[in-house]
Design a protein around this ligand. Structure first.
Ligand code: COA
Length: 252
């Protein structure tokens, strides 16, 4: 059940904070269409709820997310592109959220497990975390407007290493590149993430919203890049190289 794979929590220690937790540890928190749909609903509900003033993404011990579910990728490829890329709907919803978003990463952050953090305002990661986007190795292309945001944040070479060469970044490398806010021991990730979110939730919401919008800048450019990337992504998903890569993964 997707409801179990996405847990919604309101921790007592963090007043005003909505936690969205990836909870599919047996599949390294790979995200299915049903999980994207659950998160879309959760984000919309949190944004509409006056009692919620900050949103947090968390995973499970040692794993934030291994990215999009490979079986769903294969299903889209086999459908001849007739299916819907729910990830795109999720990303547009994420970009539209008007409340601060904090993520706490412990361990694997692959594909969208890395790129969703680009839409978070602060990311805390454990020192054992790995950020990696093997898009090209799967015959895919960058998504989540990462092709716009990562070069802007980290410069061409680091963006190319991450998004095109598929190099993994340690937490320290990700922080040095400006992709995340803080590196802490793994035992402290959740407490530190919730502390930061609760602190944001205690601030005057209107002033925080304006400050956030000013810092984020042109969100329409982000939306446009998500759409531009999705056109290529959907076409590449149906390529024979991509299908072979998904089938090889499923056969392992
Ligand atoms: N989609 C679907 N299932 C996934 C998955 C994904 N993205 N990532 C991991 N899983 C599943 C594995 O199939 C395995 O399932 P099984 O036990 O039923 O065989 C389980 O999660 C554990 O994964 P495993 O590969 O055995 O763990 P590992 O520690 O050796 O390796 C990863 C972890 C994340 C490095 C490896 O699973 C991987 O490369 N996953 C794909 C990541 C990816 O390319 N994502 C898409 C990016 S666009």
């Amino acid at each position: 059940m997707s409801e179990d794979h996405i847990l919604l929590e309101r921790p007592q220690v963090a007043a005003g904070v909505q936690v969205i937790r990836f909870n599919r540890p047996d599949k390294k928190n790979a995200i299915t269409d049903a999980m994207y749909r659950s998160m879309i609903e959760a984000l919309k509900a949190a944004d509409a709820d006056e009692d919620i003033r900050a949103i947090v993404f968390l995973g499970t011990p040692g794993c934030f997310s291994a990215g999009n579910d490979m079986a769903d990728f294969l299903g889209f490829a086999m459908s001849g592109g007739k299916g819907r890329l729910t990830a795109g709907d999720f990303l547009h919803t994420l970009v539209s959220v008007e409340k601060p978003i904090v993520s706490g990463v412990d361990g694997l952050a692959i594909g969208i497990g890395t790129t969703l953090n680009l839409h978070c305002d602060l990311t805390v990661a454990s020192s054992r975390s790995l950020f990696k986007t093997p898009f090209v190795d799967l015959a895919l292309v960058p998504e989540a407007a990462s092709s716009l945001l990562v070069p802007r944040i980290a410069g061409h070479q680091r963006a190319f290493a991450l998004l095109a060469a598929g190099e993994g970044f340690s937490a320290e490398q990700a922080m040095a590149a400006g992709l995340i806010w803080k590196v802490v021991p793994e035992a402290d990730v959740e407490a530190e993430t919730l502390k930061i979110a609760a602190n944001l939730a205690s601030k005057p919401p209107q002033a925080l919203k304006i400050a956030r919008n000013l810092v984020r800048g042109d969100v329409d450019a982000i939306r446009a890049r998500i759409d531009e990337e999705i056109v290529h992504f959907a076409a590449q998903l149906q390529s024979s190289e991509a299908r072979a890569a998904f089938e090889a993964f499923m056969r392992r």
